[in-house]
Ligand binder design. Structure first.
Ligand code: UTP
Length: 290
């Protein structure tokens, strides 16, 4: 089976749930401790063996491009002041992967954003990593999906069980077990009303898609919220028997909402050797006041 070499990161959304921070700052650049969300995502793709990455941007997202580019002045200053460790980190960023950019001229939904990647992807399977979903774990979530693609040769979605309250805001999947943490996905629905819920399994932030998705997206009409929904296109593959799901390992942080951002910052800070002790001591004092 063909190896997944390309990844698409849609990062052109308006981020209205995180306003006013996102008025001029893409939510994908919001930091978790000292690293923007999108850097964690690019690093995950690279760790999964992906060589070429396309980031879908829009107006005002130039700072994403700057982040992964050389910063000659900064590098000169760091070298000059002997901050070699920081210099290495900054230089490594511009060598992380072969990153290209394309603009989604109108924010018409995630499905429309993915369709902007057609020329970059060509006729091969590719990974999609949602730009506001950071997943941290020892085994990159994207790599887990790529392995399932190599086993089954079908599109694969990253899935997790969510609460009954959350499922009405996400999408709900019809699944049956294949083996271990891998499932057959036979149907899905975006933002289901309570009577339409198929299971509490939802798609969270990652998928590997076969390239026929582009023809399906061309035919996909606006769905929930008036947007061209990727779920509606993936549903065509699912009901055709061409979709698997991986209940991936790793912790997922939703950087598209305020609580998710706070959780990510707390948990990542507590996992960092350089911050853990001081931050934990601070938190212990803080909780006494709650
Ligand atoms: P979301 O639906 O969570 O992003 O899309 P949003 O539209 O920015 O959210 P709110 O509701 O306004 O807060 C998931 C991912 O898809 C990208 C987003 O940038 C995010 O990373 N996206 C979404 C696009 O690239 N284009 C779109 O038209 C919509």
């Amino acid at each position: 089976m063909q190896k997944i070499r390309k990844a698409v990161i849609p990062a052109a959304g308006l981020g209205t749930r995180v306003l006013p921070a996102t008025k001029s700052m893409p939510k994908e650049m919001l930091p978790i401790v000292d690293k923007p969300a999108i850097q964690y995502i690019v690093e995950e793709a690279v760790a999964a063996g992906i060589e070429d990455i396309l980031i879908i941007t829009n107006r005002g997202k130039g700072i994403i491009e700057d982040h992964f580019d050389h910063s000659v002045e900064l590098e000169y200053r760091l070298r000059d002041s002997g901050k070699t460790n920081m210099l290495e980190q900054v230089e490594a960023l511009s060598r992380l992967a072969n990153i290209q950019y394309v603009r989604q001229k109108e924010t018409k939904g995630l499905g429309h954003a993915v369709s902007c990647a057609k020329a970059f992807v060509g006729n091969e399977p590719f990974a999609v990593l949602y730009g506001d979903d950071v997943i941290i774990g020892n085994d990159p979530a994207c790599g887990q999906l790529c392995r399932a693609y190599e086993e089954f040769g079908k599109s694969v979605v990253g899935i997790k069980e969510v609460t009954a309250e959350q499922i009405t805001r996400y999408c709900s999947l019809a699944v049956s077990p294949a083996h271990d943490n891998i499932y057959h996905v036979s149907d899905m629905i975006e933002k289901p009303s309570p009577d339409k819920i198929m299971s509490l399994f939802s798609i969270l932030g990652r998928c590997v898609l076969t390239p026929d998705i582009f023809d399906i997206l061309d035919e996909t009409k606006p769905g929930a919220g008036g947007e061209i929904q990727l779920t509606d296109a993936m549903r065509v593959q699912a009901i055709g028997g061409n979709m698997m799901g991986v209940d991936f390992t790793g912790t997922r942080y939703d950087m598209g909402n305020k609580l998710g951002i706070l959780q990510a910052n707390c948990e990542v800070a507590l996992s960092r050797p350089d911050l853990r002790d001081d931050f934990a001591a601070y938190l212990k004092e803080l909780v006494k006041t709650l």
